[in-house]
Design a binder for this molecule. Sequence first.
Ligand code: ADP
Length: 546
Amino acid sequence: MNGPSSNATILVVDDQPANLQILAEILQNQYDVRIAINGEKALQIAQQNNKPDLILLDVKMPGLDGYQVLAELRRDEKTCHIPVIFVTAQHDVDNETRALAAGAVDFISKPINPQVVCARVNTHLTLRQREIAFQQLNTELENRIKERTRQVETLNTALQERATQAETANAAKSLFLGNMSHELRTPLMAVIGFTDLLQRQIDEPAVLHKLSRIRKAAGNLSSTINQILDFTQIESGNTAQVTIDFNLAAMLHKINDTIEELAVAKTLAYAYDVDSAIPANLNGDRVKLEQVLLNLASNAVKFTRHGAVSLRASLIEATGEEVKIRFEIQDTGIGIDQSLLEHIFVPFEQVDNTLTRQYGGLGLGLSINRKLIEMMGGEMGVESESGKGSTFWIVITLKRSQTQPAVASRIPPLQSLQTNKARPRILLVDDDFINQELLKFLLNEAGLQCDSANDGEEAVGMVKNTDYDLVLMDIQMPIMDGLAATRAIRLLPERRLTPVIGVSANAFAEDKDRCFEAGMNAFLAKPVAPEVLYSELAKWLIKNDR
Ligand code: ADP
């Protein structure tokens, strides 16, 4: 045991000056010794600022005896921890027990033996000093824990603030993207729509040629905008899976029609093959799968000058509930160098990054495609040889459909929109007068009557007074938006079943959801191709043929 520090202070209390002197002599070499001739004096000294570290207390004294002094010391929180050793001539078991019960730490019997005094004082001072050190350590640890807790709390608050800032920034970004989407698609709808109209009205080959150039450029611009928006949506984690029942052959036919046309225009051979073992009706995110296949097939045509492009679907395995399919899009085009194969799936990376690039594009398509396929639980890859061609593949598991999905009909002839009712009447709601004019043309061309409203409030007023066969409703409008207007229409008892089709330049999945929640029957994203508009109108007008 290490000895106590020598600057400890010992208070010696005894009514006999001779005893005081003996004890003082024994201790003063090692300690700072104070003396008290009675109990009252002892309490005074014990309560001073510079408190003793240990007290040697005589038991039998006139006035306050040792037990009373000890009781007073223990009552006061400033002195209650000072160790007290009783010094007494009455050294028997009863007295010892009584003294320890009263709170004394030890006993020294008279006549005084210096060695015993030194040993006991030493031991109790050491114990006391250890206790103090332990308490200090404890306090220090408690303080450190408090400090750490405070730091963690500060950090947590900072993290929460960051998360809130990130959420706000994300919300601002989504709002910006929504607005950007709206502002880009609205004029594009007019460009594409009016070009389509002119193409139908004009016979002159030279003008038709120029119009087809405008139409192609606008189509490219439209897909570029879609790619940027898709990419940012995926990056911000806002892309939801929308699974539906669909007919695989019908979906592939649609892709086939587009790709065949592109391939023929470049005098490429085109082959298309679907394994007959694949069940016809499946369930999955058809829109995204179609988007990816179309994108890969368009790339195949884009990067092939001679030879052939093919699209194949083969069955890998089928269970009672699921079907695993491998899609392959093969071309005999420029191919990709082995060292660059994985780079092409990195956003904005292209094999050819020079200023003299031969092929346009943002370098976003493949990274979007791979992410979409992975989100659907599938895999996507490529095998390619520079100068010989590439094979992009997708392996994906789709569910078997439990119902018989309706196979989308081909574009209906315009006459089909003129149902039993001589000329169905449509209300067109749009604040953009150019789009209004365009849609009016398209509707009139299909033999439909068309009234127009410039905002939601005007539309609700008109729907109250007229039993329209269908309402084409823009979403973002001044005064009252399309969602509020649709809700108001649904509250009109006579108009609860009037078909309302949302036509919006805000084309994100959540925009669509909001339309359906507001009570719309269908949703069309701007720019709307005339054939898509007609086929949607046909669906609702024929159903609604009252
Ligand atoms: P982009 O819009 O630029 O075509 P993608 O992400 O679709 O972007 O493709 C990235 C790059 O991958 C392309 O720029 C091209 O270099 C290469 N690539 C994609 N498909 C093919 C293909 N079928 N044959 C050769 N190279 C291809």
